[in-house]
Design a protein around this ligand. Structure first.
Ligand SMILES: [Zn+2]
Length: 402
């Protein structure tokens, strides 16, 4: 099924995102088979190439590199880049100064940062970068055993593009060609859970994928209703997958969930392998830096800085994601050397549960409800000790699953 989809159906049905997909997948597969030393060398070459491109075609970076006395050929993947971080504020204020002059407008695609941003930011990607990101995500999906064309049920709950929800062409594309069932966004109450259960039992998906909070609520509901279908893989993304949620998903679906790390601005860049020992940041897609910022009960905490190696349209260099991670001491049993984060601990894009029990996924409260006015270091107020508003999801989720 996978090759038929990746080599024929997807490039034909949606060339915008899948043109050249077989070649892109081959490149990553070839990279994956190389020894560590060569992979590091390739990552360094790709990093320097991106920085060189940024220096010559992006005014914002030319000024910044010159001010730092830095030249792209000095970049090394075993050292932090001696450059300032790129902030969301930079994305807003610098705007077109961050876009590469190497691309005509028709080769660029505009996107918006996460729906949870108080002020979502517009950014650009070149079309080849978009396609490379799709290919990388497919390779990461393979770690969970998810092949293109597998029957998959998606539980996003919220969407960045509500127009898709009402677009029959999009629904045909996702339902028929991608074999994916995206449920409608919005408030997840009992009526929605019941519709999802019906669809889940009818479709019997091989893959169940969604936001951690939504998956957890759905899992608790399925258990309560005695539903017996078990997907081959459960994939959690877009939110922190807490230990209680991980336990709940493992218990209900009889399989350990795969955690992903991705963002709208840099795409899917990390995933768990079958060993479930942490999140691997794939070096084909990004160069990540871990900037120490404090301590937590789980050990030192690092701010995650990402240099996106796939987007040449608007380079993201040392982008401050606002997410914080812990690192694992040991390397993963799978043998990959790829940077390994133990946990993403600081994401604030959790769902919210209101007094009537309804879940609204992907919500970040703004002032005065949000206790973290400075989301740059949300991890410094860790979940167990963090003062949460009374109706945030964690304690309510306990009540819902009790
Ligand atoms: Zn691994």
């Amino acid at each position: 099924m996978g090759i038929l989809y990746t080599h024929l159906i997807l490039p034909l049905v949606e060339p915008e995102r899948h043109a050249g997909l077989p070649g892109r997948l081959r490149q990553i597969k070839k990279f994956d088979r190389l020894p560590e030393r060569q992979q590091r060398k390739i990552q360094q070459d790709r990093l320097r190439k991106l920085l060189e491109h940024a220096y010559t075609t992006v005014p914002f970076y030319r000024r910044q590199f010159d001010a730092a006395g830095f030249h792209p050929r000095e970049a090394r993947v075993d050292h932090p880049l001696p450059l300032p971080v790129l902030t969301r504020s930079d994305l807003r204020t610098a705007a077109t100064w961050l876009v590469s002059s190497a691309f005509p407008a028709e080769k660029l695609r505009v996107a918006l940062s996460g729906a949870t941003d108080r002020m979502p930011v517009r950014f650009h990607r070149d079309i080849e970068g978009v396609r490379d990101k799709v290919a990388l995500k497919m390779k990461l999906d393979e770690w969970a055993g998810f092949q293109a064309g597998d029957s998959a049920m998606m539980l996003w709950g919220a969407t960045s593009d509500p127009a898709r929800e009402f677009n029959w062409r999009w629904r045909v594309y996702e339902g028929v060609f991608m074999r994916q069932t995206p449920p409608p966004p919005g408030v997840v109450g009992i009526d929605v859970l019941e519709k999802w259960r019906w669809r889940y039992e009818k479709q019997r998906p091989r893959i169940l994928c969604g936001r951690a909070t939504v998956l957890a609520v759905f899992a608790a509901y399925l258990r309560e209703r005695g539903v017996t279908h078990r997907p081959q893989a459960v994939i959690s993304t877009a939110e922190v997958l807490s230990v209680p949620h991980r336990r709940l998903l493992s218990s209900v679906f009889k399989t350990a969930p795969f955690n992903y790390y991705g963002r709208r601005d840099v795409g899917m860049i990390a995933a768990e392998c079958s060993e479930h020992e942490g999140l691997h940041f794939h070096p084909w897609g990004s160069f990540v830096e871990f900037d120490p910022i404090g301590q937590s009960p789980d050990g030192p905490v690092y701010r995650l800085l990402v240099t996106d190696l796939l987007n040449y349209g608007q380079p993201f260099i040392r982008f401050d994601t606002g997410d914080c991670v812990t690192l694992t001491e040991q390397s993963c049993s799978c043998g990959r050397w790829f940077p390994l984060a133990g946990k993403i601990v600081g994401r604030i894009e959790d769902g919210a549960v209101f007094a009537n029990g309804n879940l609204v996924p992907d919500i970040t409260f703004i002032d005065p409800l949000n206790p973290s006015k400075a989301p740059l270091h949300p991890v410094l107020a860790l979940p167990e000790k963090r003062k949460r508003p009374v109706n945030r999801n964690r304690q309510n989720k306990r009540a819902m699953s009790a």
